[in-house]
Design a protein around this ligand. Structure first.
Ligand SMILES: [Fe+2]
Length: 198
């Protein structure tokens, strides 16, 4: 089932996202000991347990949603594993969520490259699969890329979500399901869409 994305509204986007978690959350997260759904729910749960703001919780919850590209009608047979899932995710979310959320989604891979370049101890925290994909993603940022990346007004939030991305790979960790977070996600959509369209 591929919904017509153009028909998604502020009243249906959260149910759409939740249905992706419900139907496809169990899919494998390549090379990691958790499923895709567990991975995103773990990041959001860790953020909530640590009292982080809603934008960080929701950013972690949705950061890899672009892995489900077939849900967005953008899948092609030429796709490879690293087909810029971060861009696909941000594109779907940007109609409904503030820029801080879409930046956390769009730049979570770049943040890994940034942290590898700027924090020497960071690489040691990465999983094996994440180190492998780092090489496909361009390796650590160059100095000029670092300077450009630091201009992003949401740098702190992007790095916070990246940290949760790296943390959310714990086999067996118990988390609530998507619907626990749904009211928070809806609040964020309503606030954003109310401000933009209201
Ligand atoms: Fe992730």
């Amino acid at each position: 089932m591929t919904p017509d994305l153009a028909r998604l509204t502020p009243d249906t986007i959260v149910a759409f996202l939740g249905s992706i978690f419900d139907r496809r959350g169990g899919e494998e997260y390549l090379g990691e000991p958790v499923s895709m759904g567990e991975h995103m729910l773990q990041g959001a749960t860790i953020a909530e347990q640590n009292g982080q703001p809603e934008e960080i919780i929701v950013g972690a919850l949705l950061h890899d949603i672009g892995h489900f590209t077939s849900e967005f009608g953008t899948f092609s047979m030429d796709d490879t594993e690293d087909r810029f899932h971060e861009d696909a995710g941000a594109e779907v979310l940007e109609r409904f969520f503030p820029a801080v959320i879409t930046d956390c989604v769009r730049f979570h891979v770049a943040a890994k490259r940034y942290l590898c370049a700027t924090r020497p101890d960071y690489v040691r925290r990465l999983s094996e699969a994440s180190i492998h994909s780092l090489n496909l993603q361009g390796g650590p940022m160059r100095v000029d890329e670092v300077a450009e990346f630091e201009k992003n007004p949401h740098l702190a939030q992007i790095i916070a979500v990246r940290t949760l991305d790296d943390a959310g790979k714990r086999p067996g960790m118990q988390t609530p399901d998507f619907w626990h977070f749904a009211p928070m996600v809806q609040r964020m959509v309503d606030r954003h869409c109310g401000a933009v369209y209201g």
